[in-house]
Design a protein around this ligand. Structure first.
Ligand SMILES: NC(=O)c1ccc[n+]([C@@H]2O[C@H](COP(=O)([O-])OP(=O)(O)OC[C@H]3O[C@@H](n4cnc5c(N)ncnc54)[C@H](OP(=O)(O)O)[C@@H]3O)[C@@H](O)[C@H]2O)c1
Length: 308
């Protein structure tokens, strides 16, 4: 099948593109700016431009569209809400209108950030009601509603804390790795934010299995289990055997200046719909995180780093 991907140059795209190629699909990768990557020829496509999305889709004639493009920087979304809604809601509407015009299924990647985080200790399922508390979550949720109303055959797939991307990684794991690389002996990580890491490689495999079914609809797709940012930071430090590095628990107030966008206390999700359909392939997050660190080849040798 010919697959058109938006936002292919991001963390998720860097796993989805090769997984779909390996599975035998003919993949047309696009992104906002060219990101030269061996083996991934990438066309330019700004999803904010309806005409450009329409022309690209009419030209490539995909059998399915994977819409990954988004503004994922929560602080940027918070300070420039017009940009957030233009990219994440209107951009999604452009892609959805084109999918509808062509009569092809659309996969829209959404986020645990659509929830307000007040559920308590139970993870969110697909049957819980979203109530976003920041511009990123709000704009992504509007994208969900638009997809639901515009494209009859859609998969809306919510991911948790993204883990993956190697050199494209700009989220929590990369931030911890960068501190280790810079020689930090103390790493602060918060205990009052809970979530479910989501390994991009596992996500790509599970997505392949899901789109092979006729079960269109809404899905949570995260690794199994849950934890705090502190748990994830500790797992990374442990992986590299860095007993010389202290991971200090702090509250979110510690980072209030840098990460000023409000964040839900809990973004824990359960893959309830995938489980009910027998389609859940996601591994426990500690195992998936180790697989990522093993494969990513960050310039942090486990043996030389140990006890350094
Ligand atoms: N990252 C997470 O923690 C996370 C968690 C849950 C769900 N998600 C969702 O998963 C999907 C993939 O995100 P990701 O993790 O791969 O994030 P990412 O690394 O930020 O990738 C998003 C890609 O979309 C591109 N993009 C931004 N604006 C665009 C536009 N107007 N037109 C075309 N492309 C545009 C970005 O380019 P620039 O880098 O140049 O802006 C980037 O290459 C998104 O829908 C996101 O909302 C992400």
């Amino acid at each position: 099948m010919r697959v058109l991907i938006t936002g292919s140059g991001g963390m998720l795209g860097s796993a989805v593109y090769p997984a779909f190629v390996r599975a035998g699909h003919e993949v047309v990768a696009t992104d906002l700016v060219p990101r030269p990557e061996p083996g991934m020829p990438m066309g330019l496509l700004d999803v904010r431009e309806h005409g450009a999305v329409r022309d690209c889709a009419r030209e490539t004639k995909p059998g399915i569209i994977l819409h990954l493009a988004a503004e994922t920087d929560l602080e940027r979304c918070e300070t420039d809400r017009d940009h957030a809604y233009l990219t994440n809601a209107i951009g999604t509407q452009n892609v959805a209108l084109v999918a509808s015009e062509l009569g092809v299924p659309l996969v829209y990647i959404s986020t645990a950030g659509v929830f307000d985080g007040t559920k308590g200790d139970e993870p969110y399922t697909e049957f819980d009601r979203p109530n976003p508390i920041n511009a990123y979550g709000g704009s992504k949720y509007e994208g969900e509603l638009i997809v639901r109303h515009t494209v009859p055959r859609h998969f809306i797939v919510r991911a948790g804390w993204m883990v993956g991307g190697r050199e494209r990684d700009h989220k929590f794991v990369a931030k911890v790795i960068n501190q280790l690389r810079d020689g930090a002996r103390v790493i602060h990580a918060v205990t009052d934010k809970l979530g479910t890491p989501t390994y991009t490689e596992d996500f790509a495999q599970n997505l392949l299995a899901l789109i092979d079914t006729p079960f269109y609809g809404l899905y949570h797709m995260t690794c199994e289990g849950a934890g705090s940012r502190l748990d994830v930071a500790r797992a990374i430090v442990e992986f590299y055997g860095r007993s010389d590095v202290e991971v200090i628990p702090v509250s979110s107030d510690f980072f209030a200046e840098t990460y000023f966008a409000p964040r839900p206390r809990s973004e824990m999700m359960r893959n309830f719909a995938l489980q009910l359909r027998g389609l859940n392939l996601m591994r426990p997050w500690p195992e998936a995180l180790r697989a990522y660190l093993d494969q990513a080849g960050f310039e942090l040798e486990r043996s030389s780093a140990r006890g350094a």
